[in-house]
Write a protein that binds this ligand. Structure first.
Ligand code: BGO
Length: 712
């Protein structure tokens, strides 16, 4: 391997020692000129090393790679158009955090990069202990300590640069997360590029999208000149920028910069030890408390507990209003529609089914509101940071926490974005372990099921119960991850960086928008997917109808009933007989022997089968199963109350059922997303199988154990 010509670009902040480095490398063999078309000075020189001809190009000193100044533009243009084989970024070790900002931007571009950790003598003099190996592992690029003024480390630096140039021929852009809002906007913009050639840029669609959000004039100009993109990019870009400004009360460039600094802050904390007291910024001071090893977890538990108290307290009254509204609607339909299947469809299929799910909108809304507060202030990132230490013991990564929280780690998320959030994990096995365990978190679809059963059987301890379920879901997910990492996903975990963006004061408008966006998603789901499944379940639960002679016998019994109560009673039993005769009823009864040891009756089985599609359906199906045959429009008792009175139901059974719903098979949409993310059917099918088996075993142990203890 000799004789290759290698171009090395030397970059760095002003005063980082770049000129000293250039001199130390090239000695007297220097040329001076201008970059084409501008008055920015260009210096370059040639040397040979181990038979390679090295061309060293000194880029203008810059703090950033945006297009704000001539120097920045020249440096970026050179990189993109000339594509040097490797970039050496000279950073001032004594001002590491500020200097790494440029390094992160090189990493976002994806250029083959080597970091010269310069001014090591100054850094040491100031009492900073920097671990270059750790820095290198966390950033994923070689790091060489140097003292450019004395020529120390220069030879090793060049050696690393040559090796990197020969090893990495492709650019590999770093995909940072910039928080949910910007990430979502990036996803939308990137989607628009699909199919368009981006002929003018060798860079990926994500980088170009990022620059568009950052209001980069140069990239905007390029995009506007591309006939394939010109028309539809600008409105979308503007829309997303406006949206980001609304939700975050800041420009996207500010937020993006915050997340870059968050990434750097995470690296800094791990790779640098400050041996002398350094001045603390406000965020740092707050973090001293909130991310403290002892106090931090206690505060976290208190915050969670407070949230559940607040959510149940605030939603109690509006949930009651909605229950009343759907009861009233049922009454109207009862009076307006003549007896028959249409009536049954409207009341049992649509109003009870969808109403059961929509009835929990206030609860979901308050939950999303509190999550938005945690997210918008930056506290959620601290939660991730805190739990990171715990997670490593279970073979997961710090970034798994984000995926778990998004999936419902605080109750009321969704596993679909959670599975996708696992993309930020670079370690493939930790990523798979995360994808396979996040569906156990308490997503927004499980909440109505919990709310129903907690309301019916644990009404006095609502917040405590939800709190306990949260801890249980985390415990189970972590144990599952540990077992997976010991068995099917064996292997070491690689190092990673936790981002800690600075705290922000959220705006009310931002909070309301975030809350509404997610609540609307939930309502839309209830109006579409859940409605569809509800109707399908109703059909399965209504057909085939009872044979005529049996139906006639029931009708005779109803006629014979003397009092209103008696008549209602008979109607109810008739409904149950009809359900038992239907397709769903037969399925539920066929499963009876399987689920009896868990305490589930055949109607619960019907609901659980429906829940395979979407967990909310468990509630709507129970609603339909227990309302079939109900006739009195005046007597629309909430499903909670009805279950509480139902013989065969008790707190132990309800608890076993909540556990089962928490753990068993991810919903259809999640399964489809796992397939996309893992590129095949193997892992989604594995997920369905292992969660369902685990759900069975755990519910079995809890129910049977409870019976032994006399809790049934
Ligand atoms: C002066 N260690 C130390 N201690 N100093 C260094 C190192 C190092 O590793 N590397 C560079 N410097 P530039 P840019 C100076 O010029 O290369 C010093 O802007 C002085 N000058 O010697 O110019 C370097 O190209 C009088 O210092 O950086 C230079 O990136 C008194 O850092 C300065 C003290 O380096 C900037 C310093 C007449």
């Amino acid at each position: 391997m000799s004789g290759e010509k290698i171009t090395i670009a030397l970059a760095g902040n002003p005063n980082s020692g770049k000129t000293s480095m250039f001199n130390a490398i090239t000695g007297a063999r220097q040329h001076v000129g201008n970059y084409p078309g501008v008055t920015v000075e260009k210096k370059w020189g040639h040397i040979s090393l181990n038979g390679h001809d090295l061309e060293i190009v000194d880029l203008p000193g810059t703090y950033s790679l945006t297009a704000y100044s001539m120097e920045e533009l020249v440096a970026r243009d050179y990189l993109i158009k000339q594509k040097p084989d490797v970039v050496i970024d000279v950073v001032d070790a004594a001002n590491l955090e500020r200097n790494l900002y440029l390094a992160v931007q090189f990493m976002e571009l994806g250029v083959p990069l080597v970091i010269a950790l310069n001014m090591m003598d100054v850094a040491e003099g100031r009492g900073l202990k920097i671990d270059p190996d750790k820095l290198s592992r966390l950033m994923g690029v070689p790091v060489v300590p140097t003292v450019a003024r004395k020529g120390k480390g220069v030879k090793q630096l060049l050696g690393e640069a040559v090796e990197t140039a020969l090893r990495q021929k492709q650019w590999r852009p770093l995909e940072l997360s910039y928080g949910p809002d910007v990430d979502q906007a990036l996803l939308e913009l990137t989607g628009k590029f699909n199919g368009n050639s981006l002929a003018w840029s060798p860079l990926g669609a994500r980088w170009v999208s990022l620059k568009l959000l950052e209001n980069d004039a140069e990239v905007q100009k390029q995009v506007s000149q591309d006939p394939g993109l010109a028309g539809h990019m600008e409105p979308l870009r503007q829309k997303l920028r406006d949206h980001l400004r609304l939700t975050m009360d800041d420009d996207p460039e500010g937020v993006i910069a915050d997340y870059r600094y968050g990434f750097i802050g995470g690296i800094y904390r791990q790779a640098v030890q400050e041996t002398r007291a350094q001045r603390l910024e406000l965020s740092d001071k707050i973090d001293k408390v909130l991310t403290n090893r002892l106090v931090g977890p206690l505060i976290l538990l208190a915050v969670l507990y407070g949230i559940y108290q607040f959510v149940f307290w605030a939603s109690e009254i509006p949930v009651g209003w909605l229950e009343g509204l759907f009861g009233w609607l049922g009454g109207v339909a009862e009076a307006a529609i003549p007896e028959g299947f249409v009536k049954s469809l409207v009341i049992s299929g649509i109003i009870d089914g969808v109403g059961g799910v929509l009835g929990f909108v206030p609860l979901i809304m308050f939950m999303f509101f509190t999550i938005a507060i945690l997210e918008d202030t930056g506290y959620l990132a601290r939660v991730a940071y805190l739990l990171d230490r715990v997670l490593r013991n279970f073979g997961l990564h710090g970034n798994s926490v984000m995926a778990m929280i998004v999936s419902g780690g605080i109750s009321g998320g969704c596993a679909v974005p959670g599975v996708m959030a696992a993309r930020t994990l670079r370690d493939p096995k930790a990523r798979l372990a995360t994808i396979l365990t996040v569906p156990m978190m308490n997503c927004g679809a499980k909440l109505p099921v919990y709310a129903l059963l907690i309301g019916a059987f644990f009404a006095a301890r609502e917040a405590q119960m939800l709190f306990a379920l949260t801890l249980v879901s985390w415990g189970l997910a972590l144990i599952a991850a540990r077992i997976l990492r010991w068995t099917v996903l064996k292997g070491e975990t690689s190092p990673f960086v936790m981002e800690l963006p600075p705290y922000r004061l959220p705006t009310l408008r931002g909070l309301l928008i975030h809350t509404w966006e997610r609540t609307w998603q939930y309502i839309k789901k209830a109006g579409t997917v859940i409605l569809g499944i509800s109707i399908l379940m109703w059909a399965l639960m209504s057909f085939p109808a009872l044979p005529e002679d049996q139906a006639a016998a029931w009708d005779a019994k109803v006629q014979a009933a003397t009092t209103k109560e008696l008549r209602q009673e008979v109607e109810y039993h008739k409904g149950q007989a009809e359900l038992a005769h239907s397709v769903a009823g037969r399925m539920g009864r066929a499963l009876h022997y399987v689920t009896a040891p868990l305490g589930f009756d055949w109607r619960t089985n019907v609901a659980l089968v429906g829940g395979f599609a979407a967990k909310e359906v468990v509630v709507s199906t129970l609603g339909t199963a227990y309302s079939m045959g109900e006739v009195d429009p005046e007597d629309t008792v909430g499903l909670s109350e009805r279950l509480a009175k139902e013989p065969g139901w008790n707190p132990l059974k309800a608890f076993a059922l909540m556990l089962f719903v928490m753990i068993y098979a991810p919903c259809f949409v999640t399964v489809a997303v796992i397939r996309n993310e893992t590129g095949g059917w193997k892992w989604p099918l594995f997920a369905v199988a292992y969660t369902t088996v685990s759900a069975y075993v755990i519910s079995f142990l809890v129910y049977q154990g409870g019976l032994l203890l006399g809790l049934g």
